[in-house]
Design a protein around this ligand. Sequence first.
Ligand SMILES: [Zn+2]
Ligand SMILES: [Zn+2]
Length: 413
Amino acid sequence: MLFAGWRAARARSRAPGDSETRQARAFSILTAAALGFNLKTTPMTSLFRRHFLCAAWLLLAALPGAGQYRDPLPVPDIPGYRTLKCDLHIHTVFSDGDVWPTTRVSEAWREGLDVIAITDHAGYNPKDPDVKLDLTRPYAIAAPLAARLGIILIPGVEVMEGDTHFNLLFVTDPNAFLKLRLADALRAAHARNAFITWNHPGWRQPAAWFPNVAALYDEKPFHGVELVNGHDYYPPAFPWIEEKKLTILANTDVHAPTYPAYTGRNRPLTLVFARTPDSEGVREALFARRTAAWMGGEMWGNEEYLRGLWQAAVGVENDQLTFAPGRTQAVLRLRNRSALRFVLGSPKTAGWLRASGAELQPEGGAGIALSVTKEAPAGGQTVQLEFEVTNLHTAPGRNLAVSVPLRVQVQQP
Ligand SMILES: [Zn+2]
Ligand SMILES: [Zn+2]
């Protein structure tokens, strides 16, 4: 039953024309791009197409690092919402990044993301002598590939004054912000109904609700804050989520190529719980504060959403355990179908039952060691194991509490 949400999500992703077909089509597009073909204009018989794709597979498999493979990065949907994996703070050569906009799209596709926002700086454009300063270009260049690969691309721009930086998402005229002072830029962004986030609040100095930021918030509240930026987590920012009613974000702010800084699924991401998997769905969810921050196996977010992820991701393989006469030990097996990690402390349960904690690795299983004492009542009992998930943080100093029901049969000699 715990897997119900997961199965529904998998069934949806296997619907005709969806995930697998999309994967194959995306592979063809990337392969053809790598080999200099245009699949639309190159005439192909089906036999030629088959040979072409076989040859492409072999060629790419032979080139280390060149194979185009999308990490499924499984994160389940939660009741009522699609879970979208997002990086909403990324740079390109149009400000101080090192890569071309389409590279950001193919990185996102390979690394299993659903949504990105390219947010080049307005007012800090050191590549200006080499790249024409027009901040509409990153979105325009990236959009066709994003559409073909099914990546949702959000327009955006980063504005700043000193070390205080804000992202303005869903802004479609970023050049209007090139010469504005920060306070004026935020006013202009509010007038455009932009989603406004305070970036890296602990960059270069410990995070604090600085007077200049407080003044901006007091004039008109901005909407979100980066709890995580790159490899940094800012503990002082966590209480602001509830105090200031901000949306939680975790983004890379990546400037170099994502490889090798982010390998092995360590890219920080914002999980967005959206009604619909499209730009409007992302926007609605961001304003409604339905997000979680995910970085390095840790997660921060509202209890309802983290519980939804746990319930959809983790299942019990053997929820009926029998202790035969003279037998006092047994193992409860849990399985995690997601790319998330769950660290369980020793649970609270009935006094006659002892149980260990466990660490559920991504897409792995774990055993909970159980033992009964002499006081165990004979016969069948339903007990609850009340775990604290110590790496899922629902509020400052508070972690997710979950309950695993278990049927225990103790046989008397
Ligand atoms: Zn910045
Ligand atoms: Zn940035």
